[in-house]
Design a protein around this ligand. Structure first.
Ligand code: NAG
Ligand code: NAG
Ligand code: NAG
Ligand code: NAG
Ligand code: NAG
Ligand code: NAG
Ligand code: NAG
Ligand code: NAG
Ligand code: NAG
Length: 612
């Protein structure tokens, strides 16, 4: 039995208890009562990677998952469940004075970004089962063949190549084709390769398309195609991205148009596997034995201030995200010695790479007025609200049913490449199919019933590297985050080139019938490369794809053969840190972030539209 929602947890619990056969565990058996306990594996973090590995391991071993949050279906109202809300969720504001939602967000704010307008950025991170896959914009796509080959070569391990990881992508997903009857337009053509999926594997993550397409988006998509980015014949799950556009797939349950997140792994595991979840519980320190080398043998945790120990007979697996994984390692004595010394933390392993190498992908958008309708205005129209709510609840259709939009990927075309030698040689280190830029088109309501269209560009190959460190020896004090946006000049050059591509798209004759007035932002006065870059510095925001702060090859000592039986969703092979029995997981261990799941978020006062 697969649970769909926790709209009524009480009802769910009752239904589970009544319906369970003797073979299945009852739902509540998967949740622990605080207190000392012992398991084969202890996984810190019930997010995108943690729940995937925990559910696989729990097929054979006893596994505890330590999760600081709870169920987002309970703790974030319908905001994380109804696709439309993922585009306008207030907590996803990047403003330093963002609206707080402490039940699902970690409340992290960066240090001032000195090369990006000195702004402090609220960096939302999912503190909930499902992690950031519970608060993103639900887009789903896969990296390229070349980027996996690059990864495999970098770590000297060919089990990371595309043919070897594709089975895991298939095993983790279930595809439902678009419902052309329910979609409101017929001119948003969806192309995809069904062989990129295999529903017979019963993957927990549901992938499909929303049943609503923003009308302005259908026009802006033509502009993207007109600048040389045709619709991909295979979609974005077959290892090919660069040079193509398309209506992106969403992580969505097609039958009722609700979010599918990585907490689906947990729901599958609850029934038959030996998984035990500690909700509202934070790992405060990893514990080690007295051996040499030291072996991680448990985790000190805290539930509402009550501290206790969860012991690991086999391994502790750290999957606490790009900011909290390095923080937990450092407060436990694993990290740069100088940092640990400064906070009087006994050094278990001096690993200078912990907390370094932070990649972040940033975007801006160019705005113009258009005369076409936009979804945001429709949803806000009180005369329509009963109708659109009924469409959603009764038919899984209408504006609420969709989050994903139109996206495109490319390397900046030859004729428009005007990069310095340094930037050119940096970019040449990347595989030929690795896109430099991702474009997203969207639209939102402007003043007085008008519509504003946006062409947005995200850098997919940033060269700026930030870092994360600790402010004290306590996990309770937030980590210090510095994305170092635009500190590498190559990023500025790339974004200026992408800016010109967006303007070229806006200038396409296909938009003549809908364009109204002069460019709204930045405005036609901004023309020189210097002015464009100066404007970009004040505008860029995160697309919430930070990665790579526990870059594993920096402290890799030995690896072990692929463990396919219990392998990860996307990473068939895991690597060990020097401390035996301690592993860290994506996305913090990624060496780099090629072009991951879409997870766009919008500033509510500016945006609402079709976004991937
Ligand atoms: C829990 O385990 C810790 C560490 O092993 C121990 O010090 C403590 O006494 C235990 N608490 C209880 C209630 O058994
Ligand atoms: C979401 O919940 C709010 C109440 O908090 C309700 O007004 C709204 O109609 C719900 N939206 C949908 C699509 O069910
Ligand atoms: C959203 O954007 C608007 C316009 O740029 C800005 O004035 C406002 O402060 C932003 N709001 C939040 C919550 O970030
Ligand atoms: C419900 O969906 C069907 C297609 O499955 C469509 O024909 C019908 O118009 C939809 N009804 C409403 C009220 O949206
Ligand atoms: C696509 O179809 C919709 C509705 O049928 C229409 O309103 C919109 O203008 C069309 N878009 C384009 C680019 O023709
Ligand atoms: C190329 O870049 C140089 C240096 O930034 C700039 O001065 C020049 O205007 C650019 N040329 C074009 C055609 O954009
Ligand atoms: C909106 O309409 C009001 C009243 O007609 C007008 O004063 C205002 O300037 C308009 N705003 C914009 C941005 O067009
Ligand atoms: C993080 O990077 C900044 C420069 O971008 C540097 O000044 C700072 O010392 C670094 N902090 C750590 C802990 O590495
Ligand atoms: C816009 O397009 C026109 C022709 O359609 C062209 O002459 C002009 O140079 C273009 N402007 C930009 C900024 O691309």
């Amino acid at each position: 039995m697969v649970l769909c929602f926790y709209a009524s947890l009480v009802f769910t619990l009752t239904a589970q208890v009544v319906a369970s056969s003797s073979k299945q565990r009852i739902f509540s058996s998967a949740f622990a009562i605080p207190g000392n306990a012992s398991y084969d594996y202890v996984v810190v973090g019930g997010g995108t990677a943690g729940l995937a590995i925990a559910s696989r391991l729990a097929e054979t071993f006893s596994v505890a998952v330590i999760e600081a949050g709870g169920f987002y279906e309970v703790e974030n109202g319908n905001q994380s469940v109804v696709p439309w809300y993922s585009l306008i969720m207030p907590v996803l504001s990047v403003s330093e004075s963002y609206p707080r939602q402490p039940l699902v967000d970690w409340d992290l704010v960066s240090v001032p970004q000195t090369a990006a307008g000195d702004r402090r950025i609220h960096f939302a991170r999912g503190k909930t089962l499902g992690g950031c896959s519970a608060i993103n914009t639900m887009g789903y796509h896969r990296p390229t063949v070349g980027s996996f080959q690059y990864w495999a070569d970098l770590v000297g391990d060919q089990s990371y190549t595309w043919p070897n990881v594709l089975p895991y992508f298939k095993k983790s997903t279930h595809l439902t084709p678009p419902d052309l009857q329910k979609r409101n337009v017929q001119n948003a053509t969806v192309l995809y390769d069904p062989t990129a999926f295999d529903n017979s594997l019963n993957g927990p993550i549901h992938v499909s398309w929303g049943n609503w397409v923003d009308i302005t988006g259908t026009w802006l998509s033509l502009a993207m195609q007109s600048i040389g980015l045709p619709l991909s014949p295979t979609g974005f799950s077959s290892g090919i991205l660069s040079g193509y556009s398309g209506w992106v797939t969403s992580e969505i349950r097609a039958e009722d148009a609700t979010r599918s997140s990585s907490d689906s792994y947990l729901r599958q595991a609850i029934e038959n596997a030996q998984i035990t979840v500690y909700t509202h519980t934070q790992a405060t320190r990893i514990l080690f034995d007295q051996g040499s080398p030291k072996k991680a043998n448990g985790v000190l945790v805290s539930t509402a201030g009550f501290e206790y120990t969860i012991s690991a007979n086999k391994e502790v697996i750290v999957s606490a995200g790009v900011f909290h994984s390095p923080q937990l390692l450092m407060v436990s004595g694993i990290g740069p010695k100088a940092t640990l010394d400064a906070h009087n933390i006994p050094v278990i392993a001096d690993l200078p790479g912990v907390g370094q190498n932070l990649w972040d992908q940033i975007f801006f958008d160019i705005l113009s007025g258009v005369n076409t309708p936009t979804t945001g205005a429709l949803v806000a129209d009180p005369t329509q609200s009963a109708n659109i709510l009924s469409q959603y609840l009764n038919n899984a259709s209408g504006p609420y049913s969709s989050a994903g939009g139109f996206i495109a990927f490319e390397k900046i075309p030859k004729a428009q490449r005007n990069f310095t030698e340094r930037t050119t040689s940096l970019l040449n280190t990347l595989p030929s199919d690795w896109p430099e830029i991702e474009y997203v088109v969207l639209a939102f309501p402007g003043a007085n019933g008008s519509t504003v269209g946006a062409m947005s560009a995200t850098i997919q190959a940033p060269f700026s590297r930030g870092n994360v460190t600790i402010s004290s020896s306590s996990i309770a004090d937030p980590p210090i985050i510095n994305m170092a946006w635009l500190t590498d000049p190559a990023d500025g050059e790339l974004l200026v080139a992408a800016f010109k591509r967006c303007r070229q798209a806006w200038n396409s004759s296909v938009l003549t019938p809908i364009k109204v007035g002069p460019e709204i932002a930045p405005g036609e006065a901004v023309q020189s490369d210097e002015d464009i870059l100066a404007w970009i510095r004040t505008q860029v925001v995160p697309i919430w794809h930070p990665s790579s702060t526990c870059k594993i090859n920096l402290f890799l000592q030995h690896s072990r053969p692929p463990n396919n039986k219990h392998g990860l969703a996307h990473r068939p092979r895991r690597r060990r840190t020097p401390c035996r029995s301690l592993q860290t997981l994506p996305s913090s261990v990624e060496l780099f972030r090629p072009h991951p799941y879409q997870s766009r978020t919008r500033n509510r006062s500016r945006r609402s539209g079709s976004v991937g």
